[in-house]
Design a protein around this ligand. Structure first.
Ligand SMILES: Nc1ncnc2c1ncn2[C@@H]1O[C@H](COP(=O)(O)OP(=O)(O)OP(=O)(O)O)[C@@H](O)[C@H]1O
Ligand SMILES: [Mg+2]
Length: 341
């Protein structure tokens, strides 16, 4: 747990006190402390721990990615932090309040995993209902609803019944309703699900916009290539536990997989000893790329190249991607866990 002082330090909050500068205790926007959720099989009463000792504090204005294979406990964690499920142990605080207090959720936006709506309503009517539930005045909620539908590319479908919406369109309505109350904290369970590539890049742009406006985002995702460029930090869940948390660059820092040495005009005869030394050599036009798998060999390869008078164009470390890191952390096990066995 961080102290009030270092929380204030991270948010940059200071104020002039009587005799000097004092840290102002700012509440973390979301904190999870030793969170656990154990389900019991209704027949055998055998316990199953879906979320185990999860401790996490979100920093204001960050996009945090919650990653993990099917059944890792992401949705259960999200339900606990929204007050939709009760923790067996541990505590959730939203800006210092318990999630079951309605006031704690007034500036919270939520996109559930598989959103489904009253399908006889149009998106305009549905967003109006959402706005009314948040107590937003009619004129403001009507304007917000139509602005959001435009922003999410649904302007032309604003008066069509939701039952006629495709999966991706429904997902966009889900995002619109999550933004109706102009939240300070956005919780998105699989926001990229069902979206085409254009939709995914629009959602990324939307999330960056929200972050720039000071909104904190927690999103779960399986689409790691989409998560990597937008998340400030990610956490990897495995069998209910948060096994790793950090910035994408920190997690991937130690993960240099190989070095790509690009050289000009290397004949096959000159390339032969490198191939014989176990390095892949790929010819692309007049240029060749030699892939070297460890740092010691890299020094030898470069020395041999310079001695042979080969022009070295570049040496680039190839780091592992978030997806490769994720699979490695899970030891290659990405199969779903049974909940009730
Ligand atoms: N209401 C429930 N009763 C019993 N077990 C449950 C319940 N909800 C979830 N579980 C179990 O808890 C585990 C975690 O489920 P959860 O939905 O949190 O996973 P997830 O990480 O969101 O997976 P996915 O990526 O597939 O959405 C699973 O094994 C699931 O079967
Ligand atoms: Mg889930």
């Amino acid at each position: 747990m961080s102290t009030i002082q270092d929380t204030a330090h991270r948010s940059g909050a200071t104020a002039l006190g009587g005799r000097g500068i004092h840290a102002v205790p700012t509440m973390p926007i979301l904190s999870l402390e030793g969170l656990r959720k154990t389900y019991r099989d209704p027949m055998t009463l055998k316990p199953f721990t879906a979320v185990d000792e999860v401790t996490l504090e979100l920093e204001r204005g960050e996009i945090f990615g919650l990653l993990g294979p099917n059944g890792a406990g992401k949705t259960t964690t999200i339900k606990l932090l929204l007050g939709l499920a009760r923790p067996t142990a541990g505590r959730v605080l939203l800006e210092g309040r318990e999630p079951r207090e309605p006031a704690s959720r007034s500036k919270l936006g939520y996109l559930p995993e598989n959103p489904c709506f009253y399908d006889h309503l149009t998106p305009l009517e549905y967003l109006d209902l959402t706005g009314a539930l948040f107590g937003i005045a009619p004129a403001i909620r009507r304007r917000r609803a139509s602005d959001l539908l435009e922003r999410l590319g649904l302007g032309a479908h604003a008066r069509k019944a939701l039952r006629k919406f495709s999966k991706g369109m429904t997902q966009r309505v889900g995002l619109a309703q999550a933004l109706m109350n102009e939240p300070r904290l956005l919780i998105l369970d699989e926001p990229m699900s069902g979206l085409d590539p254009v939709g995914r890049s629009e959602v990324k742009a939307l999330l960056r916009e929200q972050r720039a406006a000071g909104v904190t985002v927690l999103m779960s995702s399986h689409v790691l290539a989409e998560t990597e460029p937008i998340c400030n930090r990610v956490g990897i869940m495995k069998q209910g536990r948060l096994v790793e948390v950090g910035t994408v660059s920190t997690l991937l820092q130690s993960g240099v997989r190989e070095w790509e040495v690009a050289v000009e005009g290397m004949s096959d005869a000159v390339a032969a000893p490198f191939r014989a030394g176990g390095h892949d050599v790929e010819r692309i036009g007049s240029r060749s790329v030699v892939r070297v798998r460890n740092g010691d060999s890299l020094q030898d390869v470069l020395r041999q190249m310079l001695q042979a008078g080969i022009h070295v164009h570049s040496v680039e470390p190839r780091r592992e991607t978030l997806e490769e890191h994720f699979v490695r952390v899970l030891d290659g096990r990405t199969v779903a866990r049974g909940g009730r066995s």
